[in-house]
Design a protein around this ligand. Sequence first.
Ligand code: SF4
Ligand code: SF4
Length: 367
Amino acid sequence: MILVEELFCYAREIGVDLIGVTGAEPFPATRRLLEDRRRRGLYAPFAPADLDRACNPALNLPGAKSIIAVGLVYYQGKFPPPGGYRGYLARIAWGQDYHRVVGAKLELLQDFLRREVPGSRHMAFVDTGPLLDKEVARRAGLGWFGKNTLLVTRFGSWVSLGGILTTVNLSPNSPKQKDCGNCDLCLRACPTGALVAPGVLDPERCLSCLTQRKGYFPLDLRQALGSRLYGCDTCQEVCPHNRDIPVTAEPGFFPGGQEHRPQLVQLLGMNNREFKTAFGTSAAGWRGRTVLQRNALVAVGNLGDPDLLPVLENCLRDPRPVIRGHAAWALGRLGNRRARGALERALSGEGEPRVQREIRLALAGAV
Ligand code: SF4
Ligand code: SF4
C-alpha cells in the first residue's frame, strides 16, 4: 500500500498531525447508540440530523471505499490573562476558524488523491458535515473516547478533526484499545454536572452547547457560566492526557492579539458590522452577535462590578428582548439602589412578557 504511505507522508509535510484510514462501511453500533441518546433527550444539538447519512457513508458518496480521518493539534500553550473586564473563548475559537484551517489541509489532500488516482471522487467534511467526525477518527485509529465524550489522541484532546470520504480503496488502520481507567477528573470538574455518566453528556446542561444556543440562557446555569462567551474547556483542562503536550505548529490557531479574551464592554457595544470585523474569522462568530452579547451580559452579571452598571442600563434599552432580559438579570446581580431604580423604570415601560418576568425576578433578588 504505497499510496497510503505516500499520502501519510504528504499529510505530515502539509502540517497534519494525525491521520488514519477506515473503511466506508456503515457504523451500526454508533447508530444504535445515537438512537438511544435521541430517545433519552441526550442528542447533541449540533450533531448530524440525518442518522441514515451519518451512519452510512456510501449514502453521501456512491462508490465510497475509504474514509481518511485527520487531526490538527490546536493547543496554543499558556497565555497570561490580559487585564480588564474580559470574557473567555474556548481555545478552539482563539485563532482562525478551524473549519477553514482544517478544510484547507483537506483540499490539499484531495488534490493529492486526484493526482495519484485520476477519476477518483471525494467528499471532505469538518464538524458540520453529514458524517460523524469523532467516530470516524476513532475507527481510523486516531484515538479513543474519553469519559468527557471527546477523542483522546496521542496529543491529547485539543485536536480539530476532519475527514475525506473517497472512492479510493486505502488500507485501514485499527482502532486504539484504550480507555480512561479509574480517572474521573472531568466528571468531577464539570461545573454543571453535564457529564451525567462516563461518556454521556447532557446537552441541556453543557455550557459549551448552551453558549451556542439561541434564546434565553437557562436561569439556573447562569452563575455557572462564569465569564465564558463561547464554549467551555474545563473538562479538557483537567484531563491528564492534555498535560505536557506540544503546542500547535499551525499559525492559524494562534490569536493575533488579545481577541481570545474579548473586552466585555466593547463586545456589548458592537453593531453587526463591528461584530463581523471582530469575530468573522473566528469559530465563535458563527452564532452571531446576539448570542455572544447575551453571554457577555451573563458574564458582566457574574463579575458583579458596579462600574459596569452604565453599560447594563444601556442594554436595558436594546431593541432585542433577549438582550434586555439578560441585562435585567445582570442588574439584579448588582443589587444596588441604582440598579433597582433602572429595573423599576424598565418594568414600567416593558411590553414583552418574558422580559417583564426577568425584571421581576431581578427585583425580587431571585437571580
Ligand atoms: S464542556 Fe464544560 S459544561 Fe460541557 S461537559 Fe465539559 S466541563 Fe461540562
Ligand atoms: S479527565 Fe480522566 S476521565 Fe476525563 S477524559 Fe481525561 S482521562 Fe478520561
